[in-house]
Design a protein around this ligand. Structure first.
Ligand code: FNR
Length: 375
């Protein structure tokens, strides 16, 4: 279709590929928000290494296998999904575009690609879920320091119809991010990303007890509750008791932690290093994936960090990921084109993955296992 249009002199309005999308986003985004989205911890070595590590993994082409029909579908927690991609939780979408969370959820509904909705959304989790329509989706929880607030958020997510809870473990305190430090900027402090708190009865009760409800007081209370520094493995049993929904732990990179999570009653692992935003001097997340998959012993393993193309997604799937999360690429899509931009990015990644499977002779995801060669 695109090439036929080109023959008539019509080229795509939206950029093709990550580099072009990022370049355009740099020209349209508020510099502080751009710094927040694009930046990472320290000198961003881990962030760059996340993406670069994919290029050391090559897919062996196989010929004449009859890959005219491809099936990129997966089964996860009782749901059949048409594709193995999902929207990773990103908490500043309201700062990137008005109603950014709802635009992303609408794209999730349009494409059937699940979204992991962030605690730090700019719309309440109930609205985000409603905008995602019939597409399954997860709620990402940053466990607050207050147990009743934690419980309230989990119960709201369950009542709203989420498929599961993703508990992010690696961000109970913010990492050292020089770009944000230089700009003295955190989008949460402008109150833009606090919709889930402001609509929460428990949060509102704590706010009322505090006396003042002006914007500065809201942000102060939020900051005092955001992360739970005392959480340990002992708390898993309590989380387990809160809900019958599947629970996944995000930020797990080691086989030991994988086993501990599953022994503690968790239903899946989300292998990620937060896109290199939290700790520099780390290990490319894709290099951690095989150990996590082995330790998970068949339990679902979601993966993100550094996926920039459809081919990268295939590389993670070939290493045993159940599903692959897209982070910064769709955020830039949102910045350059709203919902249409988000859908364009996701569709492009899927089309590239599908076409690469066709060219290389892999008709489904199971056949990809073992297709990788380390370069
Ligand atoms: C994130 N990420 C994230 N993760 C999470 O669990 N909750 C959140 O609210 C956020 N917020 C957030 C904001 C921004 C601007 C970014 C870029 C990322 C991490 C995200 O889910 C994912 O792990 C990374 O984006 C993966 O890295 P890449 O592929 O985007 O580089």
């Amino acid at each position: 279709g695109i090439y036929m249009n080109g023959a008539q002199g019509v080229v795509p309005e939206l950029p093709m590929g990550f580099a072009a999308t990022e370049e355009l986003a740099q020209t349209v985004m508020d510099p502080r928000v751009l710094g927040y989205v694009a930046g990472g911890a320290g000198n961003e070595h881990t962030q760059r290494a996340n993406a670069a590590a994919f290029d050391r993994l090559g897919i062996m082409p196989r010929m004449l296998v009859g890959a005219a029909q491809r099936d990129l579908g997966i089964d996860m927690f009782g749901h059949r999904m048409p594709s193995p991609l999902f929207f990773a939780p990103v908490g500043v979408l309201g700062a990137v575009a008005d109603d950014g969370d709802l635009a992303t959820a609408a794209s999730s509904s349009e494409l059937g690609v699940p979204m992991v909705a962030s605690t730090l959304a700019s719309a309440p989790l109930e609205q985000v879920r409603a905008s995602a329509g019939g597409t399954p989706g997860f709620f990402q929880l940053y466990p607050p320091a207050d147990r009743e607030l934690t419980e309230s958020l989990v119960h709201r997510a369950e009542a709203a119809g989420y498929t599961g809870i993703v508990i992010t473990l690696d961000t109970w305190v913010n990492g050292w991010r020089p770009r944000d430090l230089s700009a003295a900027y955190l989008p949460m402090l402008s109150g833009q990303c606090l919709a889930n708190y402001l609509t929460d009865d428990r949060f509102r009760k704590l706010l009322a007890e505090q006396g003042s409800t002006d914007p500065a007081a809201v942000v102060m209370l939020w900051a005092s509750l955001f992360g739970n520094p005392t959480m340990t493995w002992e708390d898993l049993a309590w989380f387990r008791s809160l809900t019958s929904l599947p629970i996944l732990l995000k930020g797990i990179c080691s086989p030991e932690d994988t086993r501990r999570a599953l022994d503690g009653g968790m239903d899946g692992i989300y292998c990620s290093n937060h896109g290199g935003r939290q700790a520099n001097g780390g290990i490319p997340a894709i290099d951690c994936l095989p150990g996590v998959v082995e330790a998970a012993d068949g339990a679902p393993v979601l993966f993100d960090s550094g996926v920039r193309s459809g081919v990268d997604a295939l590389r993670a799937l070939a290493l045993g990921a159940t599903a692959v999360g897209i982070g910064r690429p769709y955020v830039y899509g949102l910045a350059v084109g709203g919902q249409a931009g988000v859908s364009h990015v996701m569709r492009s990644l899927l089309a590239e993955a599908d076409l690469t499977m066709a060219v290389n002779g892999y008709p489904d995801l199971a056949s990809l296992r073992g297709a990788l060669h380390r370069l």
